[in-house]
Design a binder for this molecule. Structure first.
Ligand SMILES: [Zn+2]
Length: 475
């Protein structure tokens, strides 16, 4: 944007709220919009937003470092790739994060750039928490088990969870929204001096499996208490999900969304009481969706890239936004968020950030051009905490068309092509009928994969140069 325009925008607070596993069509966030509108004055709801990956580890690299998952290819953020928090802290923002997802913990480098980072790792008791936080002999044992059972880790994972909770009893595997809010608000009360220019990231886990909202949100779900709802989740066989169980779980999911929405609205009200919504940019979104058997899968399965796992809600609020609660319906991606924030605070975008700034959309009400949106995944091994990126799946969306290249379910590429305008539920594969369209999209995916390899090499060269420099300085 021009300097003249950008100089008019004053942002001293960036508040990023992410809800794990919240699907776009479950955007039941009207109370959140009301609070935002009351306290910020202007907001924009983005209707067609793609996550760049179907799970936390595949999506968050795009949110926090505006880079594709396959560049990282791991649960760990790749060294040498700057993060949004690093850019913001270099630009005078006090950076602080609160969440309880073990796969976003400091163990995998997600604290990079945060001056204070509360991942509560070790506090929440769950198989995932144990696997991620284990070290020493426990890690060794888990690695041995993982090596012995490689290839069946999904089945193993669900057995481990079932047995674990049978022994331990009812025990939420994350910190729930109202408790997380208390931590955030307590920190705010004690740290007034750090709030002049702040980047606050809060990630809620309540919509993530297992779905077990508090008792007061259970009406209409058929469950009488939270404990009962919690254990019902573990009746599900992930490999062969029973549709009846899934439809009851969907009700619990919906109730969990209501719970988290109330807590986001409450948090925003409180932030407003501390004047933290003044001069602010507020972003509310999710990392990916959740499948309820639309294509035979349940959960945020790593091996599908259909819209039930890719489409997410997005609301952006700020006084400078040229809109009054309007809707933006051109496709955009989560990878665009970091460049947008950086543009709006007048900082320099790192060369490796691949998303596009939406600053003009927000400030001028202009429209983005159509551009290809890529999403990726590979086969995870959650026991050994790594990905097999030789077996991947990539999708590209361009306008009405979507192509999926699948190397997870087959050793030779399998293709699916959907006309999203006529077939938004992705039921009719048109690959054979529209070879011309498919070939154009395959070319785009090949280019994207080439760019990923170039980016990986570039980052590795920068890292080895840095290492050599450091060594020569030491000598
Ligand atoms: Zn997630």
């Amino acid at each position: 944007m021009s300097d003249e325009i950008i100089n008019k925008i004053k942002i001293n607070r960036v508040i990023l709220i992410t809800v794990d596993s919240l699907r776009a069509d479950y955007d039941m966030l009207d109370n959140v919009r009301d609070v935002l509108f009351e306290n910020v004055g202007s907001l924009l709801t983005f209707k067609v937003v793609y996550s760049n990956g179907p799970g936390t580890s595949q999506s968050f690299p795009s949110i926090m470092s505006s880079t594709p998952f396959l560049v990282h290819g791991d649960l760990r953020l790749k060294d040498g790739i700057p993060t949004l928090a690093e850019v913001l802290s270099q630009n005078g923002f006090y950076t602080i994060g609160f969440h309880s997802n073990p796969f976003l913990s400091r163990r995998f480098g997600w604290d990079r750039g945060f001056m204070e980072f509360y991942d509560f790792l070790g506090r929440y008791r769950s198989p995932a928490g144990l696997v991620v936080s284990s070290s020493g002999w426990k890690r060794f044992l888990i690695n041995v088990l993982g090596k012995l059972l490689e290839g069946s880790s999904k089945k193993l994972w669900s057995i481990v969870n079932r047995v674990y909770y049978r022994i331990k009893g009812f025990n939420l595997p994350y910190i729930e929204a109202r408790e997380l809010n208390n931590y955030v608000l307590e920190w705010i009360r004690k740290n007034n001096n750090k709030l002049k220019r702040v980047f606050l990231w809060i990630h809620y886990m309540d919509v993530h499996f297992p779905f077990a909202p508090p008792d007061e949100y259970l009406s209409g779900t058929g469950f009488s208490n939270r404990r009962e709802a919690f254990f019902y989740n573990y009746r599900l066989n992930f490999e062969n999900p029973n549709p009846e169980i899934v439809s009851r779980l969907k009700k619990l999911y919906e109730a969990s969304v209501r719970y988290v929405a109330d807590n986001i609205a409450h948090l925003l009200e409180e932030l407003s009481r501390y004047s933290l919504l003044d001069d602010s940019l507020v972003i509310i979104t999710s990392d990916h969706g959740e499948a309820f058997l639309e294509h035979g899968k349940f959960g945020h399965a790593y091996d599908i890239l259909y819209n039930e796992v890719l489409r997410v809600p997005l609301i952006i609020g700020g006084t400078f936004i040229n809109s009054k609660r309007q809707i933006y319906d051109r496709p955009i991606q989560l990878m665009d968020l970091a460049p947008t924030i950086i543009d709006l605070i007048r900082a320099k975008k790192p060369i490796v950030f691949k998303g596009k700034s939406l600053a003009r959309v927000l400030y001028e009400g202009s429209e983005t051009n159509l551009y290809p949106i890529f999403s990726e995944s590979a086969i995870p091994d959650l026991i050994n905490l790594k990905y097999d990126t030789s077996r991947y799946i990539v999708s590209v969306v361009l306008g009405r068309w979507k192509l999926i290249l699948d190397l997870i379910h087959s050793s030779v590429p399998m293709f699916e092509l959907y006309d999203l305008a006529k077939d938004p539920n992705e039921k009719h594969n048109l690959f054979e009928e529209h070879k011309d369209v498919a070939n154009d999209l395959i070319r785009l995916i090949n280019l994207h994969l080439d760019n990923i390899n170039k980016l990986k090499k570039f980052v590795e060269n920068v890292l080895s140069l840095r290492l050599r420099l450091r060594k020569s300085l030491c000598n």
